[in-house]
Design a protein around this ligand. Structure first.
Ligand code: NDP
Length: 444
């Protein structure tokens, strides 16, 4: 049995009931196999066993009082996965589906994603099963303050720097930062995605969506093509989806569909993004309203149907496992040529296989959505240097990082004889630096 297979078998045995973690580890480790085989010293050093074991897992109780005076209790998590190349870095997710398996899959992915950006950041992830949807601002604040009252002792500007993710946007980061500052009496870059008035970076809000489009644009460019005139389907209507839509439209693409967790809108004339922003960012409403406001648009209950809409480019930007094998087959049948993952692990393993077999250019999440964390690292650099860069400066750096990521993963795939397999290329390119640093640090 190969070294990789042994590590995977043991991981599944010793971490039972963690299907998302198993899925991410399987995708990563199997694609690292050619590289690991070329480095027999890794097995002697138990490098993979250490790589898949978080350095630290913190789980805690988060009690808070709702608007009816009733005490509520949620679970809080922070997984500090790997600090070989820099302080732990990765978002916080507030969603009822959050559990240890999901946080660990996200944390493991984050290690390689952060390495791929070329910036000195390690991997971590955290969150809670708290659902901000439908809560008042006061309830969200009460929850965030309680969450930070425990989390503050584990994080720091040079130790661990959380950011947003699903359910954690500007409002939540503000409440979390306020409580950290109050407890620690320190105004430091301990969270990214902060508001511009208290240390945030211009272009951070746009970064993940823009970055996704920049890397897809580079993949198109390398094939003599562009976004101009392409039909695009984007799932989700949150932070990543909205700014992916904005950038794709500015490059001449027609985005025809988006969704939230209730259902999807199809607008053959092209999505009017100002309406989506008003519904989702201003009113925190449901995407269904779009069809009431825009003539010719249609709303359909349920999410999966979005992948039956013919498109040239699909950008899944909502959540994990939103494209399964069947949806992938329909997309291929309808002529999709590029799939760029804005969300983390939106495609199941068998969906990825369908895309790769069909010759679809598949840009995996850890490369395609790395623009968010890359810009977070730029926010950290501005914080520690007491600097404030213009939107154009940050955006130019972001674009440069995404173009580099594309070529790094392309080269890594070629180096091991798997040209065009970006899952493999991204995993190997990300792992090379982490492995080198871990080997240099000795047995830690
Ligand atoms: P948001 O909370 O802003 O938006 C999430 C969107 O996805 C919403 O439209 C939400 O719908 C929808 N959604 C969430 N869960 C489900 C579900 N189970 N089924 C269907 N739709 C769902 O999150 P982000 O845009 O920040 O994050 C989206 C994805 O991108 C996540 O996978 C995240 O990990 C990843 N990501 C985010 C980064 C960032 O900078 N924000 C960086 C890198 C990756 P509804 O409104 O109904 O809940």
């Amino acid at each position: 049995m190969s070294y990789v297979q042994k590590v995977l078998d043991n991981l599944k045995k010793t971490n039972p009931n963690e299907p998302e973690f198993h899925q991410a580890a399987t995708e990563i480790l199997t694609s690292l196999e050619p590289m690991v085989n070329a480095h027999p010293e890794y097995e002697q050093a138990a490098l993979l066993e250490r790589f898949v074991e978080p350095e630290r897992v913190v789980m805690f109780r988060v009690p808070w009082v709702d608007d009816n005076g009733k005490v509520q209790v949620n679970k809080g998590y922070r997984v500090q996965f790997n600090s070989a190349i820099g302080p732990y870095k990765g978002g916080l997710r507030f969603h009822p589906s959050v559990n240890l398996s999901i946080i660990k899959f996200l944390g493991l992915e984050q290690i390689l994603k952060n390495s791929l950006t070329g910036l000195p950041i390690g991997g971590g992830k955290g969150g809670s099963d708290f659902n901000p949807k439908g809560k008042s601002d006061r309830e969200v604040m009460a929850f965030c303050q309680s969450f930070m009252t425990e989390l503050y002792r584990h994080i720091g500007a040079d130790t661990d720097v959380p950011a947003g993710d699903i359910g954690v946007g500007g409002r939540e980061i503000g409440f979390l930062f306020g409580q950290y500052k109050r407890i620690r009496d320190e105004h430091v870059g301990v969270l990214t995605g902060r508001g511009l008035s208290y240390g945030g970076s211009l272009a951070r809000k746009e970064a993940t969506g823009y970055g996704l489009v920049y890397i897809t644009e580079e993949a198109l460019k390398m094939r003599g093509d562009s976004f101009e005139g392409k039909t695009v389907v984007i799932s989700g209507s949150g932070n990543v989806a909205i700014y992916a839509c904005e950038k794709a439209q500015s490059l001449g693409a027609k985005v025809v569909a988006m969704y939230d967790s209730n259902g999807y809108i199809y607008d053959p004339a092209g999505i009017q993004l100002d309406v989506v922003k008003d519904i989702k960012e201003v009113k925190r409403g449901r995407i269904k309203e779009y069809a009431d406001r825009v003539k010719g648009a249609k709303y359909t209950e349920g999410c999966q149907g979005i992948w039956t809409i013919p498109c040239d480019i699909a950008l899944p930007c909502a959540t994990q496992n939103e494209i399964n094998k069947e949806s992938a087959e329909i997309l291929v049948k309808n002529g999709v040529k590029f799939v760029g993952e804005g969300a983390n692990m939106p495609s199941t393993l068998d969906a990825i296989e369908v895309f790769q077999k069909a010759g679809v250019v598949f840009l995996p999440a850890k490369a395609a959505n790395a623009g968010g964390v890359a810009t977070s690292a730029l926010e950290m650099a501005q914080s520690s240097g007491r600097l404030f860069w213009s939107f154009e400066e940050v955006d130019a750096k972001l674009k440069n990082i995404m173009v580099n990521i594309y070529h790094n993963m392309d080269n890594a795939a070629k180096k091991y004889g798997f040209e065009g397999n970006y899952v493999m290329g991204a995993n190997i390119a990300g792992f090379e630096k982490v492995a080198e640093a871990m080997m240099a640090h000795g047995v830690v």
